[in-house]
Design a binder for this molecule. Structure first.
Ligand code: PGA
Length: 249
């Protein structure tokens, strides 16, 4: 059985004051029956890890460099994330692909070093609105999967997040059938590439405008093992509603 996961992506939001939200979350869910992960900005990672110490909540990074170390001003290595207390890292988020021109092969190289460092790699895939309207969604997702996911992936070190670009931060969400179609497709692709055992054990998250009000419906879709949540992860109260829904799913 795949353990459900509620992952929060704070993006470039939050200074030390935001840790009070994490404190509240840790007070409300010291031992959740699902995995709960918060990915704060890198500047808060160490303090966030200290904040959740002693609970089952974990923290993760939002990106890492593909090199182990070296002359890469402003970048962060996978080992540094581990050192700061992370057990996971989001990779290939569409905002990284757009803002920093990250290609599938970059994401794959990052996922490789992340896995080597002992991190779970949350590899994000998703189509644009134009691609969906042109009925290219599954082609795009298929290409991102084969290009971004490294061969060493297992059910332990890989998590895939399906995040339609047009649903991120927009309040727009695909229909439940559309989510199910893509998640089933991702599952089939993973089984074909890695074999049924590994393919079935990788967790698949949906991301894009998940809120307490739509979470239960989304979590009932087949092959949805949780969510990657942006805006609604910033406030403990909102994220708690999503955790509650996933615990009941
Ligand atoms: P959102 O972002 O929940 O604010 O739409 C999701 C994400 O980008 O991971």
């Amino acid at each position: 059985m795949r353990r459900k996961l509620a992952a929060g992506n704070w993006k470039m939001n939050g200074t030390a004051a935001a840790l009070s939200e994490l404190e509240e979350l840790a007070r409300s869910f010291p031992n959740p029956s699902i995995d709960v992960l918060i990915c704060p900005p890198a500047t808060l990672l160490y303090r966030a890890a200290e904040t959740v110490r002693g609970t089952d909540i974990t923290v993760g990074g939002q990106n890492c460099h593909a090199a182990i170390s070296g002359a890469h001003t402003g970048d962060i290595s996978a080992d540094m994330l581990v050192d700061a207390g992370a057990n996971a890292v989001i990779l290939g988020h569409s905002e990284r692909r757009e803002d920093h021109g990250e290609q599938n092969e970059d994401v794959r190289a990052k996922a490789r070093v992340a896995m080597d460092a002992g991190l779970k790699a949350i590899v994000c895939v998703g189509e644009s609105l134009e691609q969906r309207e042109a009925a290219n969604t599954l082609d795009i997702i298929g290409g991102q999967l084969s290009g971004s996911i490294p061969d060493q992936s297992t059910g332990e070190n890989l998590i895939v997040a399906y995040e339609p670009i047009w649903a991120i931060g927009t309040g727009k969400v695909p229909t439940l059938d559309e989510i199910g179609e893509v998640h089933d497709f991702i599952r089939t692709r993973l089984e074909r590439r890695f074999g049924e055992g590994v393919g079935r054990s990788v967790r698949l998250l949906y991301g894009g405008s998940v809120k307490p009000s739509n979470a239960s419906d989304i979590f009932a879709v087949s092959n949805v093992d949780g969510a990657l949540v942006g805006g609604a992860s910033l406030k403990a109260q909102d994220f708690s509603g999503i955790i509650d829904a996933l615990q009941k799913a």
